[in-house]
Design a protein around this ligand. Structure first.
Ligand SMILES: Cc1cc2nc3c(=O)[nH]c(=O)nc-3n(C[C@H](O)[C@H](O)[C@H](O)COP(=O)(O)OP(=O)(O)OC[C@H]3O[C@@H](n4cnc5c(N)ncnc54)[C@H](O)[C@@H]3O)c2cc1C
Length: 424
């Protein structure tokens, strides 16, 4: 059995930032366990630019962004176990992992940070009828084929779902000489960042067809085409609008699912909306000493926010390792009208890591102007006017410790659509 102060599961951007921050906070014995043969997580296949605008104030590619962190690991004395898959974790922080060299490893950690990322939803999750021909890929799989393996999955492509990975792959396929016929989106609005709709579709003349979906896939050996249809306000296909589009490839970019099989083994409480664990102000799950950050906690639109959140989790873990946990007044955080979720789910005021606490949230629908208000049992704590809110773009707002301390009972976040434009 190995003994470690802090074990981080996953060596993507969340795990890397958490490990470095923990070392900076004075945690001596930090280990990253990563199932892949290299560090960097999904960033290694994201060779487009646009990473790091917030953290480094520069436009980096995914591998460049990851490398900035990887280069610092040795100096920080962080141990890395590659090609090692964690298969079990217990509530008392015992970790079981396997690799081809040592077989099964058992590690007893004093604290754990979960940073396992997410995976893509597949055709099975959508139940699209038709045969099972070759030529159907998730957008991330196609990204790996093109950018890492050097394979071109097809020549005539239809993309279902306007998530960021699908938008980026529409541009990538076009640059590699394929024809992207259209991107279909079942919702009446795009599910990706506005900058990606502009830079990946509009700049290349690729049509985005909102309120449309695929209702049939044709072809037995290889995809020969898809039938698409408009959907009504209940997202039901309107069969009279059905139209055949020939293609040899269908890419699915229909959402990401946090990879929480290990988290569930700890017995931590879950949030049905994020599909990740519930956390407090220091990103600690309801299982004491087990922290979570990055896409395993909630799906992020920008990696910069993953890095910031991971640093928070690491500072939380360092605080947990240094101090014996005393009593702490816990305030629950509620996602009210207009919001799908708010994170963290609870704030222990006396154990806040800074004088300010950042809250992350997503709206339930796009709004041109909206009023975000934070309320407690004794009234409104703060309001802020927001413009061009979209479910695909995360909202974040900071509250001061003094504002949180004044609140009673809970913090309830409400997002209401507004006509007025005054900023407070
Ligand atoms: C296909 C794809 C493309 C994306 N493109 C972009 C983009 O262009 N721009 C952007 O800002 N964001 C993009 N994202 C979002 C991106 O995931 C995040 O920005 C960021 O990479 C999340 O960091 P993470 O560390 O939480 O997860 P990841 O980068 O997914 O890293 C998680 C790591 O955990 C490891 N792991 C998981 N389970 C285990 C286990 N049991 N044992 C050991 N190791 C394990 C994985 O191998 C992986 O290395 C993309 C996501 C996907 C899925």
């Amino acid at each position: 059995m190995l003994y470690k102060d802090l074990v981080i599961i996953g060596g993507g951007p969340a795990g890397l930032a958490a490990a470095l921050e923990a070392a900076e906070q004075g945690v001596k014995d930090v280990m990253i366990v990563e199932r892949d043969s290299g560090l960097g997580g999904i960033l290694q296949q994201c060779i487009h630019n646009g990473f790091g605008l917030h953290v480094f104030k520069e436009e980096l590619t995914g591998p460049e962004y990851a490398q900035r962190f990887i280069d610092r690991l040795d100096n920080a004395g962080i141990e890395v176990l590659l090609d090692t898959m964690v298969i079990e974790i217990t509530p008392d922080k015992r970790i079981f992992a396997v690799n081809s060299e040592k077989g099964v490893l058992e590690i007893q950690a004093k604290a754990v940070i979960l940073a396992m990322g997410c995976r893509e939803r597949t055709r099975g999750a959508l139940n699209i009828p038709g045969f099972r021909p070759a030529g159907i890929f998730t957008a991330g799989t196609a990204q790996r084929y093109v950018n890492i393996e050097g394979y071109m999955p097809g020549k005539e492509v239809v993309i279902l779902g306007s998530g960021d990975i699908g938008l980026i792959m529409a541009r990538r396929f076009t640059l590699e000489g394929a024809r992207v016929k259209c991107v279909l989106e079942i919702m009446p609005y795009s599910n990706g960042l506005t900058r990606n709709v502009v830079q990946c579709l509009e700049d290349y003349g690729i049509p985005l067809r909102l309120s449309h979906t695929v209702i049939d896939i044709h072809g037995k050996k290889r995809v020969e085409g898809v039938t698409v249809a408009k959907v009504d306000e209940n997202l039901k296909p309107i069969l009279s609008t059905a139209e055949f589009i020939s293609c040899d490839t269908l890419l699915l970019s229909v959402g990401l699912i946090p990879e929480n099989e290990l988290t569930k083994m700890t017995g931590a409480d879950f949030d049905a909306n994020t599909q990740g664990p519930m956390v407090n102000q220091r990103m600690e799950t309801s299982c004491e000493g087990i922290f979570a950050c990055g896409n395993v906690l909630h799906v992020h639109d920008l990696v910069d926010f993953v890095t910031m959140e991971a640093k928070f989790a690491a500072r939380g873990a360092a605080q947990y390792l240094k101090e014996k946990d005393g009593p702490c007044r816990k305030m629950s955080v509620i996602a009210g009208e207009g919001l799908r979720y708010v994170l963290p789910h609870a704030v222990g005021v006396e154990k806040m890591l800074d004088e300010k606490q950042n809250f992350f949230m997503r709206s339930i629908k796009p709004m041109k102007k909206a009023r975000l208000s934070i309320q407690s049992e004794n009234g409104t704590i703060k309001t802020r006017m927001l413009s061009y809110v979209k479910p695909s773009e995360m909202i974040n707002i900071e509250l001061n410790k003094s504002e949180i301390s004044k609140a009673a009972g809970h913090l309830k976040f409400i997002l209401q659509e507004e006509g007025a434009s005054d900023e407070r």
